[in-house]
Design a protein around this ligand. Structure first.
Ligand SMILES: Nc1ncnc2c1ncn2[C@@H]1O[C@H](COP(=O)(O)OP(=O)(O)OP(=O)(O)O)[C@@H](O)[C@H]1O
Length: 256
């Protein structure tokens, strides 16, 4: 995938990965290696010049409707209440639009249930500017989930949060994955987050990004936050850190 025409930035090249239905995978790699590009390719926001992406057996040629997305910047619309922001994807995705019109109460109830799940019970009628950054992130997550996506793409969704809120939301995502058969792909710079949440972790090279290693995470589910204080957990985080540091060094050396 190259941005900006033939002379533009080659973001990812020779990037191949396969994810099973229901799997929770994470993607880590040096800054600027093409992680977000990968997410945009999978969701159909960009179409690659070379190669193909298949989601649920279908080649991606346009934005994929079975996907829920949550990115680092919540971008909630300031003139809509939190509840109306959460309902927004239903107004956009064709197959839900009619159902929403016919049975709004059912969807409102669902949105309120999601708000409760993420600890925002009673905040549906607040506007985004009346919520803290962490609360906006939680609402953002509800918006990604309202249409019950089969595939949830999370691009640094907890990046801007304090450590405690982040851990709380890790548990929300962990439980969501446990209770449903949603496939989740997470892009993160936080290696502990990747190891705590994922079944498999893909490590990307520096730009143009490709997969240089895949780690199976050996810890049983359901996982408790305490697992982060075990030597096995630390070892895996350490290995990942080493690989990313090396990819960064190689990139710096190549640039000299
Ligand atoms: N819309 C765009 N137009 C031009 N270049 C872009 C565009 N989006 C990304 N790039 C470039 O493509 C490369 C990969 O960007 P991308 O955002 O995918 O990386 P990333 O691994 O997600 O970065 P980070 O870890 O810093 O968030 C970067 O060099 C970036 O500058």
């Amino acid at each position: 995938m190259r941005y900006g025409g033939p002379g533009g930035t080659l973001a990812v090249s020779g990037l191949t990965l396969h994810v099973e239905k229901g799997e929770f995978t994470a993607v880590v790699g040096p800054s600027g290696c093409g992680k977000s590009t990968l997410m945009k390719l999978v969701t159909g926001l960009y179409i690659p010049q070379v190669g193909a992406i298949t989601v649920a057996g279908k080649e991606v040629t346009e934005p994929v409707s079975i996907v829920g997305m949550a990115f680092q910047n919540p971008t909630l619309l300031p003139w809509r209440t939190t509840l109306d922001n959460i309902l927004l994807p239903l107004e956009i995705v064709q197959k839900h639009r009619r159902r929403l019109r016919a049975n709004k109460a059912e969807y409102v109830e669902k949105a309120e249930h999601l708000l409760e799940t993420v600890g925002l019970k009673g905040f549906g009628d607040k506007f985004p500017w009346q919520l803290s950054g962490g609360m906006q992130q939680r609402a953002n997550l509800c918006r990604a989930l309202i249409h019950e996506p089969d595939l949830l793409m999370l691009d640094e969704p907890f990046g801007a949060l304090d450590a405690f809120t982040r851990e709380e939301l890790w548990c929300v995502i962990r439980d969501l994955h446990h209770e449903t058969d949603v496939t989740i792909q997470l892009v993160t710079h936080d290696l502990r987050e990747a190891v705590f949440l994922a079944d498999r972790i893909f490590v990307m090279s520096a730009r143009p990004g490709r997969i240089i290693d895949t780690h199976a995470v050996p810890f049983e589910r359901p996982r408790d936050l305490e697992i982060m204080y075990t030597p096995e957990f630390t070892d895996l985080v350490h290995d990942l850190r080493g690989q990313i540091a090396q990819a960064r060094t190689e990139q710096l050396e190549a640039a000299q």
